[in-house]
Every structure is written in C-alpha cells, then in structure tokens.
Design a protein around this ligand. Structure first.
Ligand SMILES: Nc1ncnc2c1ncn2[C@@H]1O[C@H](COP(=O)(O)OP(=O)(O)OP(=O)(O)O)[C@@H](O)[C@H]1O
Ligand SMILES: [Mg+2]
Length: 497
C-alpha cells in the first residue's frame, strides 16, 4: 500500500505543520505536535471513507430506535459491568496492569460466546442457508449477535481473537490451562491494522478482541506501534469498522505507571465503554470497574477471583475486602462502599508512626490529597494532631475507593492507630467529612447499613441523615449512632473503646 502523506497536528490548537517541530508555529505551545495522516480531499479508495459519504440525513423521529441487543458473555460479573452483555457494534476498551488477567478473561469470554453461537438452534434458518455472494457491510447487520448456523456470507457470527502480544501457540497454551481444550475461537496473530481490518471484513465475527491496541500499527504512519499517533489512528479505524459492520470489538489497552490508560486521552472518548481492571496482583481478587458506558451504568464493579482455571466471578463480594483479625486491632475501621449497585464492606487500615522532619503521608487505594485534607480537619476540629507523624492508609485487598463516604472511616482508623486503641468488634463507619468539620450523608445509606447488619456488624457510626427508621427489622442487631460533626464522631468512638 502506498504511504499516505503524514502531517503533524498540534494537540492544543489543532494547527498543522508538514514536519515535526518542538514548538507549535501557531500557538507557540511546546511539544504538542503529533503525527497523523493527512486527509486528502480527493476521493480515496479507502472503503471506510467512502462509506461515510453514503450517509443520509434522517429526522430523529423517523429513526427506528430499537433497544440495543445485548449478548451475555456467559460471565455474570463481566456482563454486570458491561450493562448486560456485549452490544452489537459496540467498542469496549479494557485496561489494567500487566499480568492482571485481561487476556485470560477475554479468552474465557470469547470461548463462551463461541460455544453459545455454535450451540444456538436454527442457525441456518435465518437466511435459508443461501450464500449471499456480495454482501455489503450493512447487510447482515440485523443478524443477531449470537446468531448461528452454517454461516451465509454477509452474516455475522463467531468470534475472533487478534493477538499482537503473544503467538498463537502461547494463546493455545493458555486456553489449555484454562480448560478450554477444543475451543473453536478463531485466533489471528497479527499486528498490522490493514490486515486485521481485512480479516474482520472477510470473517465478519460478531465479537472480536484486539489484544492489544498498543501493538497494532498502521502502515500509513511511520511512528512506532504504541505511539500516540498509531494508537489513535488504529483505534479510530477499528471503531469505524465496528460501527459499520456491527461487529463488537474489545480493545485491550496498556496502562501507565500511574494506572491511567496509556496513549491519547481521545481513546477513551472514541469507544463506547471503558473498563479498568483493578486489584492487588498479590491477592487473588480482581475487580473490573466501568469508567464510562454508553450502554449501562458507570462505576459498576465486577468481582473475580483468579484461579488456576482462570477468572471466576464472585457473586457475593461484600465481605472479601475485610482482613480476618481474630481480635480487633488498632488502626482498622470498616466502611461500606457503594460502587454501582452493590454495597461492599472494605477495611480501611491506618498506621500513624513517629516521622522525621518532613513526615510522610501515603495512601493506597484512597486519594492522597484527600488524606492531607482529612488530617487538617482532624487537627482543626477534633484536636487530633499528626503533624510530626508519618501517616499511611490502605484500603484492604487492592480495592480503590474514590467516594468521599470513606472519610469518616479513614479518620477513625487514623485516631485509633495514633492512640493505639482498637475500635470495638463489629464496628463500622461511613460518611463524608467537610472542611468545616461537618459530617455529610452518604448516598443510599440505608442499603449500606442493611448489608452491614446482614454480615453481623453490631455498631455503626454514620451521618445523622443516614439514620434508619426506628423499628426497622432489617437493622436488627446493629446499633446505629448518627453524628453531625467530626468532634461528635471522635467522642463517640472514644466512649465506645
Ligand atoms: N497456573 C496458574 N495458576 C493461577 N494463576 C495463573 C496461572 N498462570 C497464570 N496465572 C495468572 O494469570 C495472570 C496472567 O494473566 P494474563 O496473561 O491474562 O494477564 P494480562 O492482563 O493479559 O497481562 P499482559 O498485560 O501482560 O498481557 C498471571 O499474572 C497470574 O496471576
Ligand atoms: Mg495479555
């Protein structure tokens, strides 16, 4: 294929330059020029470009809005974060630390999808088994994703696993370890975008996985695979191919050392769903969180356990982020976090220790800036000073808590560690703490308390507005104290210990 002309576009102002420059000649910003393909005005032979030209304008009322059809992946926890299953023509981006289990989960999901497709009855019926010789990309778009039968040309069906990081043999080895011998998932070991697009066009799978987008390169660009320009260009082409053909595409993405998706930010805007794998690689639990979802709720969490046979869904994860102390220990406080639709109990641990001249504040799974703020509130409003102390806080099990409802538990854990006194057995707390020392209610407090009561917790300190109604049987065995200010909460904790 002939090389297309490349152009350097400024990230800031969108200005272009025919060659790379350190400083944008238009807006004078430094280091903002990124290689991209120059769009030619002349008609091109690129079939995706020509497809776009066939688009017609339609009034919104005339567009038939059928419900999105979802195909369950056969893994309930994955379906939960996807909003019910894979959507026809949907593009999912899944990121996570190296070795966390991205390839494992996707291979397992593809295998179930492939098996469901092969087992579905009446596959040949839909098209009478006829061979449609010249099926355009829009034909067959109405075929159900998990459709079946000896496939007629143009009909979508089956799965494709494109591996750029491992060889076919390595994928087969993993499949064997996962107990997926005899799997009919189609594997393509390829990293060149044009070949992948051609294969997608020829095989028309209903679901394709690209593992990973950072290894794919387009020969129209000179930059290396994984560079911002390559990732953006390849993702854009694959997204367009998904929308045009109805094939659902799952892109695996690498993450940076900070845990964000590597490559251009625009990648997350391009796709329909962004999922992140979280979890401590040393523990066996893995979480998948939906960061963005055009077809479902965000911040929904799927919980898995890594086993020798791959990732297994954990359907009742409420107690897995608690460490099993036989007796209460100082510096530990349990909170209930509500991510998505399920309440989960998470243990917050704090260690306060004499520090040097510049004491350290470290947090794992919680926001560090928020920790500094909470320490200031603790000092100013509750008279608990940690100025000369190192403060470490940790959410047990590698879970990341982004909601402010963790504030009260963090502060109680810190005070408990500072005093060397454990909180009582069966104790939990949640609530947001403001700069003025007020304790604000957490959303859906009753649901959180119900979960705690179900797990046998006996004492709870919560914002006053989250107090349950008296005589509600669901909270039996749980004494709930409502507080309005942080001083009150500290006083209460002191009286309980
Ligand atoms: N025999 C085994 N028993 C249990 N767990 C295993 C076994 N073999 C591999 N694993 C787990 O599978 C993980 C590898 O998963 P996988 O290759 O799917 O990760 P990945 O997210 O695709 O990584 P990468 O980003 O490197 O491609 C290992 O880190 C390990 O936890
Ligand atoms: Mg992998």
């Amino acid at each position: 294929m002939a090389k297309e002309k490349t152009l350097y576009t400024c990230n800031e102002c969108g200005g272009t330059s025919p060659k790379w420059l350190g400083k944008c000649p238009h807006c004078n910003a430094w280091n903002t020029l990124i290689e991209s393909v120059a769009e030619s005005a002349a008609p091109t032979k690129n079939r995706f470009a020509s497809l776009a030209k066939t688009a017609a304008v339609t009034a919104l009322a005339d567009i038939e809005a059928s419900d999105v059809e979802r195909t369950p992946t056969g893994h309930d926890e994955l379906d939960r974060v996807l909003g019910g299953g894979i959507v026809e023509g949907g593009v999912v981006l899944i990121g996570g630390d190296p070795g966390i289990g991205k390839s494992t989960l996707l291979l397992q999901a593809l295998d179930s999808l492939q098996r469901a497709w092969e087992a579905a009855p009446g596959r040949a019926g839909q098209r009478g088994g006829t061979f449609l010789s010249d099926a355009g990309p829009s034909q067959g778009a109405k075929a159900p994703l998990g459709g079946s039968g000896p496939r007629a040309a143009g009909e979508r069906g089956g799965t494709l696993y494109v591996t750029g990081e491992e060889s076919g043999a390595q994928v087969a080895l993993r499949a064997r370890r996962l107990g997926l011998e005899g799997s009919r998932v189609n594997v393509l070991a390829e990293i060149q975008l044009e070949k992948i697009l051609a294969t997608l066009d020829a095989h028309r799978p209903s679901v394709a996985v690209i593992d990973s987008i950072h290894t794919v390169y387009s020969e129209q660009l000179t930059s290396a695979p994984g560079s911002v320009a390559q990732v953006r260009e390849c993702a854009a082409h694959l997204t367009r191919a998904a929308k045009a053909s109805g094939t659902a595409i799952v892109l695996v993405g690498h993450v940076t050392k900070e845990g964000a998706l590597a490559g251009p930010r625009v990648l997350e805007h391009m796709v329909d769903t962004v999922l992140y794998f979280e979890g401590d690689t040393h523990s066996s639990f893995r979480l998948i969180r939906a960061i963005k979802n055009r077809f479902g709720a965000v911040n929904e969490i799927g919980v898995f356990a890594m086993t020798e046979k791959g990732l297994k869904g954990v359907s009742n994860p409420s107690a897995i982020f608690l460490s099993q102390h036989s007796e209460p220990v100082p510096g530990s406080c349990v909170m209930v976090t509500l991510e998505g639709t399920r309440p989960m109990l998470v243990e917050i641990q704090a260690l306060v220790d004499t520090g040097g001249p510049s004491p350290r504040r470290l947090s794992v799974g919680l926001d560090r800036d928020r920790l500094a703020m909470l320490l200031a509130v603790l000092h100013r409003h509750a008279g608990v000073a940690c100025m000369d102390q190192d403060v470490f806080v940790n959410a047990v099990g590698g879970v990341r808590i982004s909601e402010p409802a963790a504030d009260l538990a963090v502060m109680l854990a810190i005070t408990s560690s500072l005093r060397g006194k454990p909180l009582p057995k069966g104790f939990l707390a949640f609530g947001e703490v403001g700069l003025a020392g007020e304790v604000r209610p957490a959303p859906r407090g009753q649901e959180r308390l119900k979960e705690a009561a179900k797990l046998g917790f006996s004492v709870a300190v919560v914002p006053k507005a989250n107090l349950p109604k008296k005589n509600d049987k669901a909270f039996e065995g749980l004494t709930v104290h409502g507080v309005e200010r942080i001083e009150e909460a500290m006083e209460l904790a002191r009286s309980l210990t």
